[in-house]
Design a protein around this ligand. Structure first.
Ligand code: MN
Length: 133
């Protein structure tokens, strides 16, 4: 018997205040629950606590690279299967290659377009439903 559908939780790692507010506002206005941090150093432990359905990951963070945060997450069996969507302004070919090889599940460029952003987040936040069907 299916339970009442719970809101999907998205964890946002983004050090830029305006981007964080934009992502958070768009997601909460569209029925998602959110949690977030601007501090890449605490992202991994907060994600373990929050156990979100998907993670939005900035790469250029203060004092730490988002790639290192992804490594921490993907090395931990308890959280390794949570889809990570990298959201970054990197546009160079080498950077794109690095993103694809980082272990993340998807990649969105900044500045975001709202509809593709929402459909990508929905797709990955609901990937447990896809696997079950
Ligand atoms: Mn940043």
């Amino acid at each position: 018997m299916a339970e009442e559908k719970e809101k999907k939780k998205i964890f946002i790692v983004e050090d830029n205040e305006l981007n964080l507010k934009l992502f958070n506002d768009v997601l909460t206005a569209n029925g998602f629950e959110t949690a977030y941090t601007q501090d890449g150093f605490e992202a991994y432990s907060l994600i373990k606590k929050e156990m979100p359905d998907a993670i939005l990951m900035d790469i250029q963070l203060h004092g730490i690279s988002g790639f290192d945060v992804i490594k921490e997450i993907k090395a931990d069996k308890e959280v390794a299967n949570i889809p990570i969507i990298v959201v970054t302004a990197f546009a160079m070919k080498d950077d794109k290659q690095k993103i694809l090889e980082s272990g993340c599940e998807a990649y969105i460029s900044k500045p975001i377009s709202i509809n593709p952003f929402l459909s990508t987040v929905s797709q990955y936040a609901n990937s447990d439903l896809l696997e079950a069907s």
